[in-house]
Design a protein around this ligand. Structure first.
Ligand SMILES: Cc1cc2nc3c(=O)[nH]c(=O)nc-3n(C[C@H](O)[C@H](O)[C@H](O)COP(=O)(O)OP(=O)(O)OC[C@H]3O[C@@H](n4cnc5c(N)ncnc54)[C@H](O)[C@@H]3O)c2cc1C
Length: 382
């Protein structure tokens, strides 16, 4: 077993770390406060090849592996977790399904602009009545001549207010239940009948837009169906398995930022005549944070390695997302505690890390659902 990185992986990690430190960290608080979409940062990430890391170069991507994805995304999220989720959704939830299930023609038209970072992508699965149980979705798609006509609303869609393209799931055969769901690539800028609905005002990741996608007799060309009718839910769930490596990496990056801040602060803050880092109560918090973050990182790298090596990684991705998001959230709670009153105020980034960490336990499958997936695999002997 080799825990070392290849030259390319190390270079990707260093590049992402430098970009996070120099470009993202200094402006993260302002963007959070103003709920400002980081358009410039996203363009720069595209130029670095980070908006389509695992997409082959012929389709505008960087042609790298998923280990590189974990390394880059965790560093980017260490700098700004909002930029992290935008990068994660672009790579995992848009590029992945188009790359995996799309035809060559679809990849040329719809993957290249997003993987190269010229446009942004999003993923529309969730609805008001269909969250943890996406099979309850009500958005429909009916074939009418040369187009599928979509009606319905997708809820909580990351990048939904800024994206040019979306992968959207809809019911094409109600009688077939979950086997009657199909997925489509939608050109959001050129589809009459599509509009952006409510944009959410959130607790955290405030610089990343979360919006409703509204379809009212929206005509999507027949050729934009991904794969075969009825394959949609399976495609979406496979996409989410891979996506959880992304969200786990985002969580890891937030956790790392917390640990850095807490370490630095604890060595400078003097109480009772000594730095608070001299108190064992503080040292134990730091040690617990570092241990659970390292454990999460190893789980993430294992899941990414399994994906790179075409192994079944559903359980490992769920474990990694569960461990990383719980590690980030508990680190952030203790991080605020270590900073005391300063941890509660916006003068320091710790309260933002705590707000940002929370969502990683919720989206792309809540942590209750992660435990369910892990247990289901265990009970099947996997
Ligand atoms: C900021 C943000 C960004 C998002 N981005 C996207 C996106 O880009 N695309 C997209 O499609 N969706 C997106 N989502 C939706 C997200 O994935 C869902 O919110 C999430 O899957 C949970 O669904 P829900 O909110 O409907 O909660 P519910 O499913 O209603 O769950 C409520 C609670 O019940 C628990 N629960 C539900 N079922 C079970 C069960 N069987 N066993 C045990 N506990 C259970 C849950 O764990 C949770 O604690 C986003 C959400 C947010 C908030």
């Amino acid at each position: 077993m080799d825990f070392g990185l290849t030259e390319v992986q190390q270079m990707v990690k260093d590049t992402a770390a430098r970009f996070a430190e120099e470009e993202l960290k200094p402006k993260a608080a302002q963007r959070d406060l103003e709920h400002q979409h980081p358009a410039e940062a996203c363009r720069a990430l595209g130029e670095l090849g980070f908006m389509g890391i695992a997409v082959p170069e012929e389709y505008g991507g960087a042609g790298l592996d998923y280990i590189c994805y974990v390394l880059a995304l965790s560093q980017i999220s260490r700098g700004d977790a909002s930029v992290g989720v935008i990068m994660s959704v672009n790579n995992s939830l848009y590029c992945f399904p188009v790359m995996t299930f799309g035809s060559d023609e679809q990849k040329k038209a719809f993957l290249t602009p997003v993987a190269s970072g010229q446009a942004e992508g999003c993923f529309g699965l969730t609805e008001a009545g269909a969250g943890s149980d996406p099979s309850a979705m009500r958005t429909t798609a009916v074939l009418d001549g040369d187009a599928w006509v979509l009606n319905g609303e997708k809820k909580f869609i990351t990048n939904g207010n800024v994206a040019s393209y979306a992968v959207v799931a809809a019911v094409t055969d109600k009688a077939a239940g979950y086997k009657g769901i199909s997925s489509f690539i939608v050109d959001l800028q050129n589809t009459p009948g599509f509009s952006v609905g409510r944009v959410e005002d959130k607790l955290g990741i405030c610089a990343s837009g979360t919006a409703e996608l509204v379809f009212e007799d929206a005509r999507v060309p027949k050729g934009n169906l991904l794969g075969k009718p009825g394959d949609g839910l399976k495609q979406m769930l496979t996409t989410l398995d891979s996506g959880r490596i992304g969200i786990g990496s985002q969580a890891l990056g937030i956790g790392r930022a917390v640990l850095e801040e807490a370490l630095g602060y604890s060595q400078e803050r003097i109480q009772f005549g000594k730095p608070i880092s001299a108190f064992q109560a503080i040292q134990w918090k730091l040690a617990d944070m570092a241990t659970s973050l390292d454990a999460a990182e190893l789980l993430l790298l294992r899941a990414a390695w399994m994906e790179d090596n075409h192994k079944h990684f559903e359980k490992q991705a769920a474990m990694a997302k569960l461990a990383a998001s719980d590690a980030a959230m508990s680190a952030a709670i203790e991080g605020v505690q270590i900073l005391g009153g300063y941890g509660y105020c916006k003068e320091y980034p710790m309260e933002r890390h705590m707000r940002d960490a929370k969502i990683t336990q919720i989206y792309e499958g809540t942590n209750e659902i992660m435990r369910l997936i892990v247990a289901r695999n265990l009970l099947k002997g996997k």
